[in-house]
Design a protein around this ligand. Sequence first.
Ligand code: PMP
Length: 448
Amino acid sequence: MTRNDELFDRARLSIPGGVNSPVRAYRSVGGTPRFLTSAKGAYVTDSDGTQYVDLVSSWGPAILGHAHPEVVAAVQDAAGRGLSFGASTPGETELAELVRARVTSGGRSPIEKIRLVSTGTEATMTAIRLARGFTGRDVLIKFAGHYHGHSDSLLAEAGSGLATLGLPASAGVPAATAALTLVLPYNDLDAVREAFALHPGRIAGIITEAAAANMGVVAPDAGFNAALSAIAHENGALLIVDEVLTGFRVHPAGYWALESEAQAAEGSDAYSPDLVTYGKVIGGGMPLAALGGRADVMDFLAPLGPVYQAGTLSGNPVAVAAGIATLTLADASVYARLDATADLLSSSVSEALADVGVTHSVQRAGNLFSFVFGDYTPSAGGAPRTYADVQRQDAFRYPAFFHSMLDSGVSLPPSVFEAWFVSAAHDDKAIGRILDALPAAARAAASA
Ligand code: PMP
């Protein structure tokens, strides 16, 4: 019995499933979750003292690698001045200004005002309340397979058929709440237009992941997000772009900016989200998230407006210090490094799988990537664009692949429906270790 086994047994006596967030339990890959004791750069170390190259990166925040010395120093310095005040601090405004200055395209920022909260769940929960409060409407559109945290309205899942009102995806979500969420197929603009036609004057907003990355990575079709903005605005509704995962990871200013650059190259203007949510990277590994957007909408929040939102730890000074340090250090060279590493790893995994005849699709959205197992060649319908497309994959191949990599000292996300996260600390040595592990993992996937 390993120390990890002992710790898992002990944890399960006091903590439901032994974990504080379900995916950590390794349910979809099997085996004992690794209990981590430290993390540095590209590596994490478990309680048995085994070191792994980490491609989870705390599910996104660690773009600089774990425990970057300057971020740790900023946190220590802030902590020395007090852990939490429950009052305004200069750092909050500094971080707000930093975000507004970064998220610009053609001299314009969609982030006119921003409020700091503690988790992505809070950011999206507040954004939809704000959309409902601002428009005076109740119904919300989300896309099947998109994850926006675990607030009631956003746990609704697709029923069958276009306008089927949502059914709860979790016990405990009142059917009446889920019924106000329309769940539509991703990348399907006709479905969105039809929903507005079927529910005139009732839809407050559309929420979409800037690029879907919680069903594995499924990028939006070119122009999809821009079209959502246009359709929402034609119908008096708001567009909420959820950049909790993509924000400050795929580009210094997020997926919106990546798309804006592509649009500018074609001579068109950037599309306008009304609200944008951030999390993960913005807090540099500390509990911090945000929602921002149009000033007239944001000013609907209390104390100026009638939509309530608050938080004892909102804008926590230690978390803000980590966020400022992380964003300040994440310069163009960091993103160039992330992009190059993502290119190399995604093509190397693909080659290793192809070498042993495992058919798959490489899914990319900027430097985020994942793999979908199965035949997604053009004659079989092409690369996945919807949740239904990724659900029909040969998911049974992933546990064998995952465990082979883990045995070789590489920690991957413990689910095929998650993105892989690289960091700027993944140097040649760390990448070499990943590349060395691939042939055996591909063979394991082939014989699964
Ligand atoms: N939105 C997106 C797109 C996410 O990926 C996540 C978390 N993975 C959330 C919201 C929720 O964030 P948190 O876990 O911080 O509540």
